[in-house]
Structure formats: C-alpha cells, structure tokens
Design a protein around this ligand. Sequence first.
Ligand code: FAD
Length: 487
Amino acid sequence: TKKALIIGSGIAGIAAAIRLAVKGFDVEVFEGNSYPGGKLSEIQLGEYRFDAGPSLFTLPEQVDAVFQLAGKEPKEYFAYDKLDVTCQYFWEDGTSLKAYADLNRFAKEVQSKLGEAELSIHEALRQSAFIYNSLAPLFMNRSLHRFDTWTNPLALKSYLRMGKLGIFSTMNEANQKQFTHPKLIQLFNRYATYNGSNPYETPATLNIIPHLEFNIGAFFPKKGMHDITQSLFKLSEELGVNYHFGQKVERVLVEAGVAKGIRAKGEDHYADLVVNNMDMVNAYKTILKDQRQPKLLLKQAKSSSALIFYWGVKRDFPELDLHNIFFSDNYPLEFEHIFKRGTIYEDPTIYLNITSTHKNDDAPAGCMNWFTMINVPNNQGQDWDQMIAEAKRNIIHKLNRILKTDVESLIEVEEILDPRTIESKTSSAQGALYGNSSNNKFAAFLRHANYSSSIKNLYFCGGSVHPGGGIPLCLLSAKIMTEMVEG
Ligand code: FAD
C-alpha cells in the first residue's frame, strides 16, 4: 500500500486523512500540538467548557459526507440540531431583533421592529441563493487550477450570469440597494466578517453567505463545536490513521522535484505522498523554505483576526441565546480601524456565543459560559497588551449599558485568545482566522492551489488554500485535494 504523511491535524488535515485512508493509503499525521483539531478545539476553565475557535456551524452535510464516504452512519458519530433562532441582535438604542430560521417569521420581525418591507428580506435571500447556486459548483467544489473547471458547462453558465453575481459592487453597496433601514444594512454587512473581510470593500458576491444561514440553516452540534473534529478524529483512528502528537514538522523532504517525506524531531519519515494542512505563508517560511516561493500568493492581505475573552459568568441572562451580537454605532469606522489603521475601535461590535444555552453542562447551574469576541486586525506587531486592556474595558462598558448589569463582578474565570496566541497555537500567519481576506474581487484566484505545481506528490488543504477558510470550505479543500490524488 501507498503511504501518505499529513502535516497538521486541523479539520482539513483530519478530513484528508480519512479520505486518503478510504482511498487505500496508509496514513500518518504529524501534529505540533498535543491534541487534534487545530483552531477547532476546546478549553476547560474550572467548571466551564468553551469551544475555543469556531462557533457557527453551517453546511453540516459536509461533515456527514465524510462519515458517509467511509461507509458509516453519520448520526452514530456526530449529532446536531438546527437552530430556531440563528442569531439575536442588540443595539445601544434599545432595539433588538431575532433572526428566526423561519424566513417568513424573520421578515415579519424585521417589518415590525424596523419598518422594513417583508419583501426586501425575501428578495435579498433569493439573490443570495442565486449567487450560491451559480458559484458554489464552480468555486467551492472544484479546483480553480485545472483547465476543465473553466470549460465545463457549469462554468459557461456562470459566465452568462456574471453581471448579476455582485462582482462589480461592494457588499455594502448591494445591501444599500436591497434595504432601506441602516440597521438592516448593518446586519447584512456583518456577513463579510464570516470570512474575515471588510463589507465596505469585499465584492457583493459574498452576499452568498446569508443563503447558508437563512435558506439552509445554522446548526449546533449536541456535544459542542469541538465534537466536529473529535468525531472525525475518532473515525480516522478507526480507519487506522496513525497520529504523532507533539511532533512539529521541520521540513518537507524534496528530491529532484518530488516530495519524498518529512522531517520531524530530527528524524526523516518517507512516503509516497505529502499533504500539508499548515498555513501556507508559514509553510513556505519553514517546512518549504528552500523551495520556489509563490510570491504573489504569499503577499496577499490576510483576513482579520479575533480577540476573545472566555468568561465564566455566575449569573443567568434569559434574554441571551446561543449567538448574540451587540452592534457598534459606527460600523464603517469599526472596519476602518480593523483593516486600515490596524487598531481596535473604541465601540466594537461584540459577539457573545453562549453554548450553555444549548448544552447545559458547559456551565454550572445558574451560570453561563461567555465566549466574548470582537473582530480585530491581524497581527502586525501592535502593542497587543495595551490594546487588549483597553478593548476589555470598552466591551464591559458596552455590555453593561445594553444588558443593564455589572459584567465585571460576574466574571469567575477568564482566559484570553488574541492574534499572537492564535498564531502560536495553530501557525496561522498573523493570527488570521480565514487565511487570505476576500477584500478584492480576485481573492478567489489568489489562494494557493491544492497541489504544488513545482513539487510532485505534494498537496495542500486547509483554510489558507483553495477554496478558503471556515469549516465547510476547509472540508471541501480536503475533498478537492484527495480527488486529485491517484489511488
Ligand atoms: P487549523 O485549524 O489552522 O490547524 C492547523 C494545524 O496544523 C494545527 O493543529 C497546527 O498545530 C498544525 N501545524 C501547523 N504547523 C505544523 C507543523 N509544522 N508540524 C505539525 N503540525 C503543524 N469557521 C467557521 O466555519 N465558523 C466559525 O464560527 C468560525 N469562527 C472562528 C473563530 C475563531 C476564533 C477562529 C480562530 C477561527 C474561526 N473559524 C470559523 C475558522 C476555522 O476555525 C478555520 O477556517 C478552520 O478551523 C481551519 O482549519 P485548518 O484545517 O485550516 O487547520
């Protein structure tokens, strides 16, 4: 049997391991950390459990597909529920809004709270579905670096639809046309942050994202987000995948233009195939540093990062749900700080994710586990300690004002994740959450391919390569990559 070595056990690395094992490869994974999952892991603080990174789960069928590929019943490994309310939104002026999964109900809510015509919601989500149906088969499910992607009938169909896909305006411009109320424009502009981009720059094509949340649905794994990688990890071990934890790969071994294996802890390991799940920018700086560097791809602007306070809060807030947003009063200025100034705006939009609302044992009775996150610039060497202290004060004051409480006195335990620690824990360049940003219309073409054009038998998966960051796309990167490999 042929042997494959995988560098990194992020979600894409684990999915690639399963796919290659199913294809008949003998698979070994080398992971620098002592645990699998990369960004998709968990932390425990006293009696509080937190999902460490991703909190929003869309397109669960991409996870199911991996179990099905291995001939397993997904539900026996991994269970999840569809959310009735995808998100709650709060503003400083006392307005609040529930985004119901039921579109008619959401449209009515928007009409009654903001006076916006119900029809505008339906039309916006029809347009979102149109973009998805036009582009997903082309951009998400295939390599952009193979000729037949561009000549097949699906591609030809989307060329004809080009004018309607939002390529030539920004997300904000399109939302200003679709909606009249500034709060609704802000709500829909927020979807740019789902891949770490700026709504005032990113093409309106990214209005594809609300389709996932509203038309298909947002989900929550019964055992928490961490179970996505845990359950896949379990399956991979059952299929015979062998993991080496605490083994940071130092180098890809290349001989005469062919990948021959890897070096970890000074020891060489040989294989027929090498798959890299590590962030590409850092990979070219370390494990591929002697190889030809794709300079244009590597210098692309990275997505935004995040500052997260994991807080154990000793009180229940019945008005809060799984996903809660407390909007900034000046959204354009907030993004100017993140993407232009490299700083944090004093009135940031706060995302509060509380899994104990859906999974009771994540916090003691009468308490809540608050994953409190703001979007921040990626790491460019700023004075983070000072910025974090200031942001914490601003976040607490804002939550105090809107929730009419004293948050600080309720915090029992705290841990902080910032762009520096995101990079040190997962090797993500500059602590970016989603690889490259999508702030220009060529971004999709400026991600690294799923294979090396100069080194034979070297393949790539994960959030920094095609088709991009986020759980569903990372899973697709593993699929696209494995389909290129000859069995
Ligand atoms: P990563 O998770 O980046 O893992 C890479 C792995 O490779 C790590 O385990 C690392 O230790 C290992 N590694 C690196 N270098 C080496 C080496 N030299 N040798 C051995 N091992 C190495 N996505 C969503 O879909 N929804 C969300 O709500 C969401 N929110 C997010 C919030 C936060 C705070 C963060 C950080 C991310 C979020 N994302 C979200 C993005 C999502 O987490 C990522 O896109 C995805 O998890 C990346 O997976 P990956 O396969 O690229 O690998």
